[in-house]
Design a protein around this ligand. Structure first.
Ligand code: CMC
Length: 432
């Protein structure tokens, strides 16, 4: 494998060091290029730029490989659960029995949202977008727990274990409270004795005098869903968390920014958009032809939602797992969801269509996740909130890498300016 590279500009050559990752990924280090040559690397959207070295997740989009801390997603999905995978993603190793117990205890002890914070909810309209509420309320954690969120890496890393547990556990509680607030239902508070997913379902669906007891299939499906979202390398929201964190902003603030990034329909918001698409195909009695035809127009607003991925160009391994889980969960719960049949037909039609085949557009994780969430009783407008709950460990692990890196720099990309060249100011009365 090459160990050195160089860039030739006219007749001058600039040596560029080569960096090789543990899985053999190769990069040309351009950090010193500007100082040496005056040139910067241009890579709109960072599609071919490694913005960091990271030990958390390995992803090979061409081969459909996803591994957290070395463990294949297929093995984690089959044998682990969300909380254990969260520990793995954050701390780098599978927990021992004692570590798992302590981590679980920290999550349970930090699940509640205190009374003063509950009042924030009242400031939102009942029909506020749940992700807008989630990002604001999560940002407010920095105000409520300022001793854990000092915007000083050294200090914040000392209280990292507690802040991380709070973030994971409270984001889930806040998510359930948003649901109940919007429905005008009284909040249901977390129960210490319940496991993570069962507790979420309890806070979502219990009534004041009637506890919702999650069927094992439901809790298992939610565990799988959250686990499959736990981390995903340098996607839009995770890069946002790293970018915000690189300014020494605290964990809660950085995660709140990640939630904002996740809300967009090209990222986490896609699970909502997929469901809306499937529902309108159902309501119109269409076979999906209209959506496929519109998606082929090349317009960004008409894309086939749940299809395509910025890095997977073969298949999304999470989609494979979730597509199969969809069949199992619905069968176990005895649900016959017409949207599942529509999704399968749409998938088949798209996979036979040259537009999608030639562009390597396959179903992604969001294509089937909504059908599972619907089977759990989660309304469509809450889908992206569940994605955020699942993704919290990845954001936390990435923030920690940034905070703990002694050689880390503030994120500050360059640009190529393409605006007006220098011109002189014209007073208002003299403008044409
Ligand atoms: N429907 C129709 N055309 C598409 C789609 C789609 N879903 N996705 C990509 N294309 C086209 C795109 O217009 C481009 O066409 P052309 O070569 O003619 O200009 C070509 O395929 C290549 O696109 P790309 O460069 O691979 O796509 P990208 O990296 O810019 O975007 C994406 C990736 C995920 C934003 C995009 O595929 C998309 O918008 N998908 C629908 C939204 C979606 O499902 N998002 C969830 C992603 S998975 C969850 C997550 O991690 O966020």
């Amino acid at each position: 494998m090459a160990t050195n590279a160089s860039l030739k500009i006219d007749d001058k050559e600039y040596p560029l060091p080569v960096i090789v990752g543990t899985e053999g990924e190769k990069a040309v280090d351009t950090r010193a290029l500007r100082t040496a040559s005056g040139y910067v690397a241009f890579d709109q959207g960072y599609g071919n730029t490694a913005s960091c070295e990271s030990q958390i997740t390995y992803l090979d989009g061409d081969s459909g490989i996803l591994r957290h801390r070395g463990y294949p997603i297929e093995q984690l999905a089959a044998q682990s659960d969300y909380v254990e995978t969260a520990y793995l993603v954050i701390y780098g190793e599978l927990p021992s029995a004692t570590q798992r117990k302590e981590f679980g205890l920290r999550l349970r002890q930090n699940a509640a949202v205190e009374t003063q914070m509950q009042r924030i909810f009242e400031g939102f309209p009942k029909d506020a977008p749940p992700m807008a509420m989630l990002s604001s309320i999560v940002a407010s954690l920095a105000a409520h727990y300022p001793h854990l969120a000092t915007n000083n890496f050294e200090h914040d890393l000392k209280s990292f274990d507690l802040a991380a547990a709070m973030a994971i556990s409270k984001i889930r509680t806040i998510g359930a409270m948003i649901y109940r607030y919007q429905k005008g239902l009284p909040y249901i508070f977390p129960k210490q004795e319940l496991p993570f997913c069962e507790n979420f379902l309890h806070m979502m669906f219990s009534e004041p005098y009637q506890d919702y007891v999650a069927a094992p299939e439901i809790a298992k499906a939610l565990n799988l869903l959250l686990l499959l979202h736990a981390d995903h390398e340098q996607n839009c929201s995770t890069s946002t968390v790293r970018m915000v964190g690189s300014s020494a902003a605290n964990l809660f603030t950085s995660i709140s920014a990640g939630i904002c990034a996740l809300s967009g329909p090209l990222h986490g918001g896609a699970n909502t958009a997929v469901m809306q698409m499937l529902q309108s195909i159902h309501d119109e009695g269409d076979d999906g032809t209209r959506f496929i035809a519109a998606a082929k127009s090349g317009s960004k607003t008409n894309r086939l939602m749940g299809f395509g991925h910025a890095v997977y160009k073969n298949f999304d391994p999470r989609a494979k797992i979730i597509g199969k889980a969809c069949d199992d969960v619905l069968a176990k719960l005895g649900i016959n969801d017409p949207l599942l049949a529509i999704a399968k037909n749409l998938e088949q039609a798209a996979l036979k269509d040259d537009y999608f085949v030639s562009r390597k557009l396959y179903p992604n994780v969001d294509f089937y996740s909504g059908i599972i969430m619907r089977a759990l009783g989660v309304p469509v407008n809450m889908f992206t909130v569940l994605f955020a709950i699942g993704r919290a460990p990845g954001w936390i692990a990435n923030w920690r890498e940034v905070a703990a890196n002694p050689k880390g720099r503030i994120y500050r990309p360059r640009q190529i300016y393409s605006g007006a060249v220098k011109r002189d100011y014209v007073p208002i009365g003299q403008r044409g």
